[in-house]
Each structure stands twice: as structure tokens, then as C-alpha cells.
Write a protein of this length. Structure first.
Length: 307
């Protein structure tokens, strides 16, 4: 039978004197090299070469730890960026809402400044009023303001804005009043051409921004762009305040009167504030229940009667 012999592992340190001597010599050489390197630094090139040789191994060993750190940092950064982006988007929406509100307030302040500047253009007392409602009927151009008899408002009182004449008070209540605009088809206002002083009537139309001047003859000295101002006759409106601007003047050879249209100076379709006008003491007009009624339109043609 074959006898299996157990192999003995080699010993690190031999018990023989020669092995111990070699170990001591190696240790002494290592210490000498370390001292020599520390004092003279002649082994730096060798250190550099060894470091260059060992660097790929170190890098390869460090790859898993570096990848883990990179993933953790970037995941945390991504989550932080998403959260910050959401917060910034909400702040942007809030800022946009506030910006719209500020723009609206700025426009309202500009209109109020214009209204206050307009008060210096007419004698008498001026008070601002705010629109509460507007009639949507295209043939009834009326609005309601938040001032009434308790504020001294009276029927027939003139209503202005920063651009021109708005209309007249036609009904009063203790807290509110009804204003009929000059563009109402049943409203008329005595005006004059600012350039020539020619007096005529401006009548409301179904268009809230337009007036008609039906009583101007074909040979009247009127041009597009002429400014219409209130004549002040009748005492219902302050004299010289803007009413509108002539848009067109068309002569009708077959008719005695020309076709004349004007754009209102007041912004009747926009804005929320108007001015109530009290004339100076002693010049207050007689109170009327209705605004100046528009007279019947002129005949389209005038033929001679046969004798």
C-alpha cells in the first residue's frame, strides 16, 4: 500500500542559523536604505517610477468607491434641483400675478392723474366718481356711477373725463346716479369747430365712440382732424372742453347737408373713473329731467314747391 505523506508548509523563518542571518541582513539593508533615502533623497526617482506603476492599480481599486460617491452626489443634486425648480416655478407664477396687479394699479393711477390734471382745465369744482354698471343695449349708452344726491349730484350735471365730455346725469338716487353718454342716439350737444368757430350740433349714434354732425352744409369749412369743443351755450356743458375730432367730411351734391362723422374725445368704452363737474357759483344750469334731446334729422333732399 502506498503511504501518503503529509507535506509540511514552508516556514517563513527558518530555524537554521543561515536563515536567521539572511533575515537580519535584509532588515539591516532596509533600514540603511530608508535612512539613506531620508537624508539624501536619492531614491525619489525610484519612488516616482513605482508610484506611476502602482497608480493604475490604485485607480482601478478606487473606481467602485468613486462611482458610488458620484452617483450619491448627482442623485442628491438632481433631487435638489427638481425641488428648487418647483419652488422657483411657484415663485414665478406668484410674481407674474403680482406684476399683472401692479400693471393694473399703475394704469389706474395714470388714469387718475390724467383726471386730476383735467380738473384744472375747467372752472368750478370737480369730483371723481367710479363706474358701477354699464347698459349693454347698443341703442342706450348709459352708465351708473357711485355718487348720488347725498354727494350733491343733480340731474343735468356734466360728466367729464381726462379726454373730453362724457355725458350728462339723467337720474339721481341717494347713493348712485345714471349718466347718459353723448354717444347715445337720443343725445345732442352744441359744439363748435375749434379751428373756425363754426357752431353746430353733434348727435349720438349707435357707435359708442362716434358722433354725427348732420347739420353741416356742403360748403362748410370743415376738415378731417378738426377739433370739436363744447360751445357752452345753454349752460349744460363747460365751454371749450373737447368733444371729439372730425373723422370724415363727405359732400353730397344731391343733398343740402354733408355727411360728417367724428370720434369722441372721451374714452367712453374704457376706464372706470369719471369726473363730476359743478360749475362756478351763479352759473349752474337749470336742472333738467332728461339730457339735451337730439332734434329730428334734416331732410335728405329739399325740393322746391311748384307755384
Amino acid at each position: 500500500m502506498t503511504v501518503l505523506r503529509r507535506q509540511r508548509s514552508p516556514q517563513l523563518f527558518s530555524s537554521r542559523p543561515a536563515g536567521a542571518l539572511r533575515t537580519l541582513l535584509l532588515m539591516a539593508a532596509s533600514v540603511a536604505l530608508m535612512v539613506y533615502d531620508h537624508q539624501a533623497g536619492h531614491l525619489q526617482r525610484m519612488h516616482a517610477a513605482l508610484a506611476t506603476f502602482v497608480y493604475p492599480v490604485q485607480w482601478f481599486v478606487n473606481v467602485p468607491y468613486a462611482a458610488a460617491d458620484w452617483t450619491r452626489i448627482h442623485l442628491a443634486t438632481h433631487a435638489s434641483l427638481v425641488q428648487e425648480n418647483t419652488a422657483l416655478r411657484e415663485r414665478l407664477q406668484d410674481a407674474q400675478v403680482q406684476l399683472q396687479q401692479l400693471a393694473s394699479v399703475d394704469q389706474e393711477n395714470a388714469r387718475l392723474r390724467d383726471l386730476m390734471q383735467a380738473s384744472a382745465r375747467v372752472p368750478g369744482r370737480i369730483s371723481a366718481a367710479e363706474l358701477l354698471a354699464a347698459d349693454l343695449d347698443p341703442f342706450r349708452h348709459q352708465v351708473v356711477v357711485n355718487k348720488g344726491t347725498q354727494d350733491g349730484v343733480f340731474e343735468g350735471q356734466t360728466v367729464l373725463d381726462s379726454g373730453g365730455i362724457v355725458g350728462q346725469i339723467t337720474r339721481t338716487d341717494p347713493l348712485t346716479s345714471e349718466v347718459t353718454l353723448i354717444s347715445d342716439p337720443g343725445q345732442a350737444i352744441q359744439v363748435e369747430i375749434n379751428r373756425t368757430g363754426l357752431r353746430t350740433l353733434a348727435v349720438g349714434t349707435a357707435d359708442v365712440d362716434q358722433l354725427s354732425l348732420p347739420y353741416l352744409t356742403n360748403n362748410a369749412d370743415v376738415k378731417p382732424g378738426d377739433l370739436l369743443v363744447s360751445s357752452g351755450l345753454g349752460g349744460h356743458y363747460p365751454a371749450g372742453y373737447p368733444v371729439g375730432t372730425v373723422l370724415k367730411f363727405e359732400r353730397n351734391p344731391a343733398e343740402p347737408f354733408a355727411t360728417v362723422a367724428a370720434h369722441t374725445a372721451a374714452d367712453l368704452s374704457h376706464g372706470r373713473q369719471v369726473l363730476l363737474y359743478w360749475p362756478p357759483a351763479g352759473t349752474q344750469p337749470v336742472r333738467v329731467a332728461k339730457p339735451d334731446a337730439a332734434p329730428s334729422p334734416p331732410p335728405k333732399s329739399a325740393g322746391r314747391k311748384k307755384p
